[in-house]
Design a protein around this ligand. Structure first.
Ligand code: FAD
Length: 386
């Protein structure tokens, strides 16, 4: 293994993998580091990909479950609102498999891979950036021209680079089940319930092969593990879980303050959750991972080839933040809706046909992350690779 790289990426979630494979295909020497031993462990996502991502990116079909067109939104009193799209709106990623596939693509493109290795710190001396990495009992140093933080919601890289840090989170926990029985087509069931999921939703994502049952909300307002147990009991009349077996438990923090402003400097930049690139309203972060990482790969390629620091100015959260304004506003409203009666009333309003368009827009709208790919911002070779 080399000890000197063009780019080192800390974190091999979707953001880090997407960025690593795009950079390596451009001929950039990339080191990808993750503290996990294997990428199918401790997954931080349900894996629901929205139509816009499925259309714009060539995700491997065998790493995705069957398409979902149906959504049922339940009020706190379990009154349903049925929404059906004419399109295949969602597919649940088989995320362990997808991460492994992207890792294979990274390796084929020449990325060096260091699993079970934690980023500890970095130091700059004589224009050289040195990283300290820890693999269990041993600590090693490598040098790199540029550092990318793809290390999740509580990013150590962001802190060390003195970039902006996420400050607002919800927490999500879920069980992945096999053997659950839900009649009808594959569907996404969303439950508004301020006790089980304060400030967010509880969900059942069922595509006929796999079922994800989860709750999310503000950590100070509930105990997620207890809420997940209570939720399981609450939906006993909606989905038959008697023969369901838990095959995986997933959990994680979801930053919901909107993409951060200050996400790049001459030493490094942030992508994915580390950059706060998550929709504040829906908490969807997979589409932003794909898009922002492609943009980052483009900017870094340009920066490495020109050495011009001005190039990095394009990689600013300010570019996206104004496009998040309505979703940030909606997040503030969602955070205050804690009385079941208010939510019940809101759901009753949504059942009135003229307002159900709003629910359709939230679930089936195409605006999860500002489209950097539609601008002329991308390096032409990166555009060809997407
Ligand atoms: C329960 C839950 C359900 C969700 N469901 C959806 C969904 O269905 N659809 C959707 O669009 N979004 C969803 N999200 C949000 C979305 O999953 C995230 O935004 C996205 O996965 C973030 O990817 P990432 O690569 O930035 O971070 P992560 O996937 O968190 O990856 C970060 C990686 O960095 C590594 N790492 C961290 N620190 C270090 C270190 N010091 N050294 C080495 N490695 C380190 C970690 O091991 C990890 O592998 C969900 C989130 C949660 C928590």
């Amino acid at each position: 293994m080399r000890t000197n790289y063009d780019v080192t990426i800390i974190g091999a979630g979707l953001a880090g993998l997407q960025c690593a494979r795009l950079l390596a295909r451009q001929g950039v020497n990339v080191l990808l580091v993750d503290r996990k031993n294997s990428l199918d462990q401790k997954i931080h996502t349900t894996g629901i990909f929205v139509r816009r991502t499925l259309v714009d990116f060539d995700l491997p079909d065998d790493c995705l479950g069957p398409p979902i067109k149906h959504v049922t939104l339940y009020s706190p009193a379990l009154r349903p609102l049925e929404l059906v799209s004419q399109y295949d709106e969602f597919r649940i990623g088989r995320m362990g498999q997808l991460y492994q596939r992207y890792l294979q693509q990274c390796l084929l493109a020449g990325v060096d891979w260091l699993p079970q290795t934690s980023y500890l710190s970095h130091a700059t001396a004589n224009d050289q950036l040195t990283l300290r990495l820890n693999s269990g009992s041993s600590t090693r140093s490598i040098t790199t021209r540029y550092l990318i933080g793809a290390d999740g919601a509580r990013s150590r890289v962001a802190r060390d680079l003195q970039l902006e840090l996420n400050r607002e989170w919800i927490v999500g926990v879920e069980s992945v089940l096999q053997g659950a029985v839900l009649d009808g087509p594959p569907r996404l069931l969303c439950f508004l319930d301020p006790k089980l999921a304060p400030g967010y939703i509880a969900w059942i994502a069922h595509d006929g092969e796999e079922t994800h049952l989860g709750v999310g909300g503000y950590p100070s307002l509930f105990d997620p593990t207890t809420a997940l147990q209570d939720f399981r009991a609450r939906v006993a009349d909606i989905i038959d879980l008697r023969k369901a077996k838990q095959i995986e438990a997933r959990a994680g923090l979801i930053p919901i303050g909107g993409v951060l402003r200050n996400i790049a400097n001459s030493t490094g930049l942030l992508i994915g959750d580390a950059a706060g690139a998550v929709s504040p309203l829906t908490a969807g972060g997979l589409d932003p991972c794909m898009r922002l990482s492609a943009f980052a790969a483009s900017v870094v390629t340009e920066y490495l080839s020109t050495g011009d620091v001005q190039v990095l100015q394009a990689y600013s959260g300010e570019l996206f933040r104004s496009r998040f304004a309505s979703r940030l506003w909606a997040r503030r409203v969602a955070a205050t809706l804690r009385q079941p009666q208010l939510l019940e009333l809101g759901c009753a309003v949504l059942r009135v046909p003229v307002f159900s368009r709003l629910a359709n827009h939230v679930f089936f709208g195409r605006g999860s992350f500002p489209d950097v790919m539609e601008t002329e911002n991308l390096h032409p070779q990166i555009t060809q690779m997407l």
